[in-house]
Design a protein around this ligand. Structure first.
Ligand SMILES: [Zn+2]
Ligand SMILES: [Zn+2]
Length: 375
């Protein structure tokens, strides 16, 4: 018997993450199923997230799918009913509220979740972090946080999808990671501490540092002048314990070396697992490389710390690459402020178009560069 091929209408609601750097929470609905993609907590510790009560009003979903372990994707899980089936990779499961039950999400592959065919692949951003492809309508792709430039985490090319929900955390930024690294060397003239997500960029910064002894002002003894705190060390050990297909080829020997060399007592570069709360480390210059909380923004503005981006999200060029790979017809740019340029350059979804049309009134004050530095 021939099956009808009529497509089920799909409703997409970005509960949080459209039009601003904000926690990730996306609701996908058909008449048969309701899926929540990510359950982000506040970017600035101690602030509230309103999307959970919005979701409660709409009704709890049939399943929750989590892309990766960072708090802006997992931090509201404790506020959701604990009996909703939750799918994530085992690495992401480490970030769940204590005792939260979870089901396995493939690091790379295909499975059925609440009747929906879900394909996953490595997103290139963090330890076993994945993108999600839902076989609904003509395909829905959600990148989670993604990066095409990582020297540590592979990026798997996705299947085609008409609708692309993409991480555009960097807005219109379009510099390569190589350019960011070149700029970073200037910040490493004195003993420096970098607070970093341990399961994210810590390993790549460590590899880059030991591979660039001359340009990073440290000389031949560089390996012994690097130190990782306990959190970064453990994340590195977990990275090496993953199947090697979840790492870029050719890096394992160097990663193992990083684990075995005893940390320097007087490091030139100290990588610390970032909880977003601590802002000073006596004896070290502080260098931030990602999203800045308001207190850190003030610290940078006052010259008490510096900031230099290390790419862990897509550049504008990468957004175009992703749209082409997906053959996507509609873009939902996530985690950034939308401006008319987005409307000019990409086929935006109607809700994104609406936001892009309202030109933001950005105050031009001395800290505006720092404010735009978030990410
Ligand atoms: Zn992330
Ligand atoms: Zn994120």
């Amino acid at each position: 018997m021939k099956q009808t091929t009529r497509e089920e209408p799909v409703k997409i609601t970005v509960l949080s993450g459209l039009g601003a750097k904000a926690p990730a929470a996306i609701l996908i609905e058909t008449t048969k199923v309701r899926l929540l993609l990510d359950a982000g907590g506040p970017l600035d510790p101690g602030t509230a997230c309103e999307w959970v009560s919005d979701l409660e009003r709409r009704g709890w979903p049939d399943a929750i799918l989590i892309s990766h372990d960072h708090p802006d994707h997992t931090g509201s899980l404790a506020q959701l009913p604990s009996d909703i089936p939750l799918y994530c990779t085992s690495e992401t499961a480490r970030a769940l509220p204590a005792g939260r039950r979870w089901r396995a999400l493939a690091s790379r592959g295909e499975q059925r979740i609440a009747g929906v065919r879900v394909t996953t692949g490595q997103a290139g951003h963090s330890l076993d972090g994945v993108w999600l492809h839902l076989a609904l309508g003509q395909g829905i792709f959600y990148s989670g946080d993604t990066c095409l430039e990582s020297a540590v985490f592979p990026f798997d090319p996705p299947p085609t999808a008409a609708i692309a929900l993409l991480d555009t955390s960097y807005g219109r930024y379009d510099q390569s990671l190589a350019a960011a690294q070149a700029a970073m060397t200037d910040h490493l003239k004195h003993p420096t501490v970098m607070p970093v997500p341990a399961s994210g960029r810590a390993a790549e910064i460590a590899l880059w540092f030991i591979d660039n002894s001359e340009s990073t002002h440290v000389g031949d003894e560089n390996l012994t002048r690097l130190a990782l705190d306990e959190g970064c060390h453990q994340a590195l050990a977990r990275l090496l314990a993953l199947p090697d297909t979840l790492r870029r080829p050719g890096i394992d020997a160097r990663l193992r070396e990083l684990l075995t060399v005893p940390p320097s007592a007087t490091p030139h570069l100290l990588l610390v697992d970032d909880d977003g709360l601590r802002n000073t480390w006596p004896g070290f210059h502080t260098l931030h490389s990602g999203y800045l909380t308001p207190s850190r923004r003030r610290q940078v503005a006052a010259g008490e710390a510096t900031w230099q981006r290390w790419n862990v999200h897509p550049r504008l060029t990468d957004i175009t690459t992703l749209m082409n790979l997906l053959q996507a017809q509609e873009l939902w740019p996530l985690f950034t402020e939308l401006t008319p340029e987005w409307q000019r350059d990409f086929p935006l979804s109607p809700p994104a178009q609406k936001l892009a049309m309202v030109t933001p009134t950005r105050a031009l004050h001395p800290t505006s560069e720092v404010c735009n530095a978030a990410g």
